[in-house]
Design a protein around this ligand. Structure first.
Ligand SMILES: Cc1ncc(COP(=O)(O)O)c(C=O)c1O
Length: 412
């Protein structure tokens, strides 16, 4: 097993200086993760040796490319505990996966008055597609409330499920703003009791914790490759086979067909029915390698490491009397810590931190309804991954002292 303590050596981007010679402290993995050498190498090797289109040619390179692409599908299936690799569909990212379910599964089925249950902590990618479906079908969007600590109000969830009209429940496994980890199994069971289909947004959970779709019981799972050390431009929709079989393809084109006539066509099997055109081949191969890399660290270890760092960050940030942290302070929470410094705009905080070599994200984090609930325009977000250390948190804290020093000077 690879050691998390030593894995920093595997990430070339993290071995550079920025901001006039300062060590780069990368605390923005919730936006996108850095890539380890094995992933970079496998993509390079693919283009150097195996580059060809998949499922088309019978020549050697075409066979190698196809084999590598399908091996990546198997690796991803294994990683999420999916017994059938054919239920792993390669798409461009979590956003495309969620749109695919919304458009292809939900839109043809929903009728006026049917209800879609979401939460107030959704990323726009798991919000706007459902708004579009609701507009197209006359279905109603219903939101689970949050408790003051940024966890879901499960009583409000039960009340919504009690309407008898809920067809779809969709929510994020882990909030990209609050770090809240939602009780998926419990929520899935309650949704299934009322006959709803559950769509889980795993963009912030699949990269960070052990996850098994059988144990979670969800019907669909969406996630992105780039947030889990894979390349950009590839992501996954996993779905239960019966549901995938029922869904029409979203895009028409090459590879997704069985027969084409002048006036109609018939569809290929799952998953190819959903993979029209040339797929992201090298990207999928890179994602397969990222999965293998994460497995070599052990997902239990990944989760434990991030937990330790996030707890340490929360503890150090709480020592500032002018910093407000959003989201649960206690367990379970993920490796995302959002906060604001009193009297300083988050963009100013992020700019000053950047000058100290500390990369964080400031903004609404594609969660505007949540920002309104928090009653802030934006937050600063530090997000952690396996390559972060307690030293990185110390660097963040030291840089926050600079923010305070600069702003107290400005205010005088
Ligand atoms: C919770 C959540 N869902 C969905 C997405 C969308 O992912 P992508 O932009 O890779 O499609 C993100 C990205 O930040 C996210 O944090």
């Amino acid at each position: 097993m690879r050691s998390i303590r030593r894995c920093l050596d595997d990430f070339p981007t993290l071995h550079q200086t920025v901001a006039g010679g300062r060590r780069l402290v990368y605390l923005d993995s919730a936006a996108t993760a850095q890539k380890p050498y094995p992933v970079i190498e496998v993509v390079r090797r693919f283009y150097e040796r195996d580059n060809a289109n998949v499922h088309r040619g019978v020549h050697t390179l075409a066979e190698r490319a196809t084999e590598a692409y399908e091996r990546a599908r198997q690796a991803v299936a294994r990683f999420i505990g999916a017994p059938d690799p054919a239920c792993v569909i390669f798409v461009r990212g979590a956003t495309e996966a969620l749109n695919l379910v919304a458009r292809s599964w939900a839109e043809p089925r929903l009728r006026p008055g049917d209800e879609i249950v979401l939460t107030l902590m959704e990323h726009h990618s798991n919000l706007v597609p459902w708004q579009m479906v609701a507009q197209a079908t006359g279905a109603k969007l219903c939101y689970v409330d949050l408790l003051p600590d940024g966890t879901l109000d499960l009583e409000s969830y039960d009340r919504l499920l009690g309407s008898g009209r809920v067809r779809i429940v969709t929510f994020t496994h882990q909030s990209n703003v609050l770090g809240t980890i939602n009780p998926v199994r419990e929520m899935v069971d309650r949704a299934h009791q009322v006959g709803a289909v559950v769509v889980l947004d795993g963009a912030q959970s699949v990269p960070h914790m052990p996850l098994d779709v059988k144990a979670l019981g969800c019907d669909f799972l969406a996630f992105s490759g780039h947030k889990m050390m894979g390349p950009t431009g590839v992501g996954v929709l996993w779905g239960r086979r019966e549901l995938l079989e029922e869904m029409p393809p979203l895009f028409g084109g090459g590879e997704m067909i069985r027969e084409v006539y002048l006036d109609h066509a018939t569809w290929n099997d799952v998953p190819y029915k959903f993979e029209a055109g040339t797929p992201p081949i090298a990207e999928a191969v890179g994602l397969g390698e990222a999965v293998t890399y994460l497995e070599s660290l052990g997902m239990e270890n990944v989760r434990a490491h991030e937990d330790e760092i996030a707890q340490y960050a929360v503890q150090r940030l709480r020592a500032f009397d002018d910093i407000r942290i959003y989201g649960p302070l206690a367990q379970p929470r993920g490796g995302v810590v959002s906060f604001n410094v009193e009297g300083v705009h988050p963009h100013d905080v992020a700019t000053i931190l950047d000058r100290e070599g500390v990369a964080v994200r400031a903004g609404h984090h594609c969660a505007l309804p949540l920002m309104r609930w928090l009653d802030v325009p934006a937050t600063v977000r530090a997000s952690f991954y396996v390559y972060n250390t307690a030293e990185d948190v110390d660097a963040l804290v030291a840089a926050l002292h600079s923010v305070r020093a600069i702003f107290s000077r400005v205010q005088k």
